[in-house]
Design a protein around this ligand. Structure first.
Ligand code: ATP
Ligand code: MG
Length: 487
C-alpha cells in the first residue's frame, strides 16, 4: 500500500492558518492566504487545460507568485519541471522536448527566450484567466513524482531527476532532525527555487509551518541587513554568496538569533571557513545534489574547526559509504561516495540506462570521490570524471584550484589534465586574475610548490579572461582544454 499524506499546503493552512508563510520586500502572506492564492491559481490553470499527470514547466525567478504556482500545480496533481533562468534558448528547448512538458509558465520578461514549439503562458496571462472547476489532490502519495529538475550538466548532458513527494518529505524531516526547529525560525531563500537548495526551503516551510523570506535575486547587502535586523534565522548559500556577504559585513556581527548558514553546492574554500569562524558565523557545511533532494551530509558548527573541510555526517534517515573497487573502503581510503535514503531519487526521466548505472542495490553512486575519517566524517575530494592520473598518482583538480584561489591575485581558477609523454597526464591550470593584480606563471608555480607535492604542480598555467561555466555557474572542466592557445 502506498503511503499518503494530506495535501501539504491545505493541511498546513488548516493547522496554522494565521502563521506567516512567506515574506518578501513588499508584503507577507499567512498559510491560509497562501492556500487561497494557490487554490485560485489551480482553478485558472485548470481552465488553461492543465490536468493531473501533466508535466508543466516553470520558468521564473524567485517570487511569492512562483511558490503559489508550484503549490497550485500540485493541487491539480501536475508534475512541476523547474527550469534554470540562466539557460540559453537552446538548452531550454532541449529540456522541454526531453521532458515532454505540455506547457511553460514563464515570467513575462523571460517568455521570449522559449523557442521550442510548446505553449507558453506568461504569469500575467495566467492571472487574467477565468477559474474553472477543478478536483484538488486531497492526498499526496509519497511515491508520486512531484518535481523534475535537470542536473547542472557539469560532467555531461543534464539529466532530468525525478523527485517524489517522499523525497521532499524526508529531506525536510532529515534536515529538521539535524538543525532542530525553533518557534521563530524564518529561512532566507536567496538561492533560486529552480535549484533543489531553494525548492527545499519552500517544502520545509509548508511541512514545518515555518516562515520564509523570498529574495528575487541574491543581494549581499540586503541579506546582511535582514540577518542583522533579526528577521531571518537560517540562510542557504553557496560559497560565492558567502564571500560577498563577508566582504559587505565588515566589522559588523550577526546577532545570536541567526543560527545557521547552510553552505553547499560545491567545495568550500578553507580560508572562507576560517574567516567565518573568526566572524562568529555559524556555518554548516553540507554536501548534496539534485538527486538527493538537497543536503544528505551536513557538518555541525561545533566541528567546523576540528573537522575543517569536512562535509559532515549523513542526516538521520540517510546512509553513506565509500566504495573502492567494489568493496567498502577503509577510513581515509579514497573511493566513490555512495548514498542511500528516502530522500534519494528513484531515477532519471527517460534514462533507464543512466538510472541503472547510478542506482545499484538501492544505493546511489554519486560520481564524486571522497573519504571518511575514523569518526565517520565525510571529506569530498572531487568528481570521479575530473580525476587526473599522473605517473600512477591520483591528482584532484579541486585541491590545486583551492591553492591557486588562495593566492591574492587569483579570482578564478580551473584545472584539468593534459597528455604527457612521461607521466601519462599532468595538471594544467587556467587562471583569471583579479583586476588590478598581476603575477607571472612562474610566481604562481612557486606559490604552488610551497603548498603541494611536486606531481600536483600545474605544468602549464594559462591566464584567461573567463572560465567556461554552466547555467549554475559551475566550472566546466571538460571545456578548459579548448582555452589552450592553438589547441
Ligand atoms: P551533473 O550531474 O549534470 O554533472 P552537477 O552534479 O553539477 O551536474 P548538481 O546536482 O547541481 O549538478 O550538483 C551536485 C554536485 O555538486 C555534487 O555531486 C558534487 O560534485 C558537488 N558538491 C555539492 N556539495 C559539495 C561539497 N560540499 N563539496 C564538494 N562538492 C560538492
Ligand atoms: Mg551530478
Amino acid at each position: 500500500m502506498q503511503t499518503s499524506l494530506p495535501n501539504w499546503l491545505m493541511q498546513r493552512a488548516f493547522l496554522t492558518p494565521e502563521r506567516v508563510a512567506v515574506y518578501d520586500e513588499r508584503a507577507q502572506k499567512t498559510f491560509m492566504e497562501l492556500h487561497e492564492s494557490a487554490a485560485k491559481k489551480a482553478r485558472q490553470l485548470a481552465s488553461a487545460g492543465v490536468r493531473k499527470g501533466d508535466i508543466v514547466a516553470v520558468f521564473m525567478k524567485n517570487s511569492v507568485a512562483m511558490i503559489e504556482l508550484i503549490h497550485a500545480l500540485h493541487y491539480l496533481g501536475a508534475v512541476v519541471l523547474l527550469q534554470n533562468t540562466r539557460l540559453t534558448s537552446y538548452e531550454l528547448a532541449w529540456q522541454l522536448k526531453d521532458s515532454g512538458a505540455v506547457c511553460v509558465i514563464a515570467d513575462d520578461e523571460l517568455a521570449d527566450r522559449i523557442e521550442e514549439n510548446v505553449r507558453v503562458i506568461t504569469v500575467s496571462e495566467l492571472s487574467a484567466l477565468p477559474k474553472a472547476e477543478a478536483e484538488f489532490q486531497q492526498y499526496y502519495h509519497l511515491d508520486d513524482v512531484a518535481t523534475i529538475m535537470y542536473t547542472s550538466g557539469t560532467t555531461g548532458k543534464p539529466k532530468g531527476v525525478l523527485q517524489t513527494y517522499g523525497n521532499h518529505w524526508w529531506s525536510a524531516i532529515g534536515s529538521a532532525l539535524n538543525l532542530g526547529l525553533h518557534e521563530n525560525d524564518c529561512w532566507l531563500a536567496a538561492v533560486p527555487f529552480f535549484h533543489i537548495s531553494g525548492l527545499s526551503i519552500m517544502m520545509k516551510s509548508v511541512i514545518y509551518g515555518m516562515s520564509m523570506y523570498v529574495m528575487r535575486a541574491f543581494d549581499a547587502k540586503k541579506a546582511n541587513d535582514l540577518i542583522i535586523a533579526g528577521k531571518v534565522t537560517i540562510m542557504s548559500v553557496v560559497s560565492a554568496m558567502l564571500q560577498k556577504m563577508l566582504a559587505d559585513l565588515g566589522e559588523r556581527r550577526y546577532p545570536e538569533t541567526f543560527r545557521c548558514m547552510l553552505l553547499g553546492g560545491g567545495p568550500a574554500p578553507k580560508p572562507l571557513l576560517e574567516a567565518c569562524k573568526a566572524n562568529g558565523i555559524p556555518v554548516y557545511q553540507t554536501y548534496g545534489m539534485t538527486e538527493t533532494s538537497s543536503q544528505i551530509v551536513t557538518l555541525a558548527p561545533e566541528y567546523s574547526l576540528t573537522k575543517l573541510g569536512s562535509a559532515g555526517k549523513p542526516l538521520f534517515p540517510a546512509q553513506l559509504r565509500i566504495e573502492k573497487d567494489g568493496k567498502a573502503a577503509r577510513p581515509y581510503e579514497h573511493g566513490e561516495i555512495v548514498v542511500k535514503g528516502p530522500n534519494v531519487t528513484k531515477g532519471y526521466l527517460h534514462r533507464p540506462d543512466a538510472t541503472e548505472e547510478a542506482i545499484r542495490d538501492g544505493w546511489f553512486y554519486t560520481g564524486d570521490i571522497g573519504y571518511i575519517d575514523e569518526d565517520g566524517f565525510l571529506y569530498v575530494l572531487d568528481r570521479r570524471s575530473d580525476l587526473i592520473i599522473s605517473g600512477g598518482e591520483n591528482v584532484y583538480p579541486a585541491e590545486i584550484e583551492a591553492v591557486l584561489l588562495s593566492h591574492e591575485a587569483v579570482e578564478e581558477a580551473g584545472v584539468t589534465g593534459i597528455d604527457d609523454e612521461t607521466w601519462g597526464q599532468v595538471p594544467c591550470a587556467f587562471v583569471k586574475l583579479k583586476s588590478g593584480y598581476s603575477v607571472t606563471a612562474e610566481q604562481l608555480k612557486q606559490f604552488c610548490q610551497e603548498r603541494l607535492a611536486k606531481y600536483k604542480i600545474p605544468k602549464q598555467i594559462y591566464f584567461v579572461e573567463q572560465l567556461p561555466r554552466n547555467a549554475s555557474q559551475k566550472l566546466l572542466r571538460r571545456e578548459l582544454k579548448q582555452l589552450i592557445p592553438n589547441n
